[in-house]
Design a protein around this ligand. Sequence first.
Ligand code: APR
Length: 238
Amino acid sequence: MTRLYKNIFILTGAGISAESGLSTFRSENGLWNNHRVEDVATIEAYYRNQDFVHQFYNDMRPELFAAKPNPAHLAITKLQKEYPADNISVVTQNVDTLHEKAGNNNVYHIHGQINQIVCMHCGHVFETWGDITSEDSCPKCGTTAMLKPNIVFFGESLLYMDVVDRLLSKCDLFISVGTSGVIYPAAGFVQIAKAYGADTFEFNMETTSNNYLFDKHIYGPAGTTLPQFVDELIKAAK
Ligand code: APR
């Protein structure tokens, strides 16, 4: 790693939060907190049974509120503080707020955030860690039964894609941490980064669906491997 990187793009997935005790999506039984994704993370499910979907996220909020960042999240803060790049951004598929709790800057939640609610009538987004039901109304427009967790459901467009496109076009180092690489468009970001000449590193416990697109693979728990990698990057820049 003798190259001095100027623009670092860090893509994270559920695996970076695993050592904080949060479940990943594609565990053995393929369920997300014991629910099929189709039943709780599609716009059809939301319109079919709004309160069932609300309850799934209401149940999740306390756990995510209490979760603590692990050394992988903290390593990103260290990199942002000590590595002489022009920009180090975190594009996360996670809806938890562990990157922010760890002190990471430039964090973009392309799949949304568990502590945000969006009004499907006026588009207003507000924050809460509490429960939401179909009886609640929008604090801005007052419309009832049109509030939805600000989480990108299957069938909806991702958030911050204009920022992602700009960051990918400039990045010279692309790091993927804890994502299975099966959900697009995020799984395709590495290919775009490569096309722009970036070095690409993948941090995971095992080989992934798109591992052939990465220059280097660093296997093991991110809470161990990422801090080591960050220390080596910082040392090489001195
Ligand atoms: N360190 C590094 N990697 C880990 C760790 C760990 N401690 N624990 C698990 N992993 C890896 C797993 O091997 C797996 O490849 O993290 C990955 C988690 O994959 P998924 O559960 O598929 O989660 P993710 O890739 O974030 O899913 C992407 O799919 O369901 C949608 O919107 C949802 O954002 C989610 C998207």
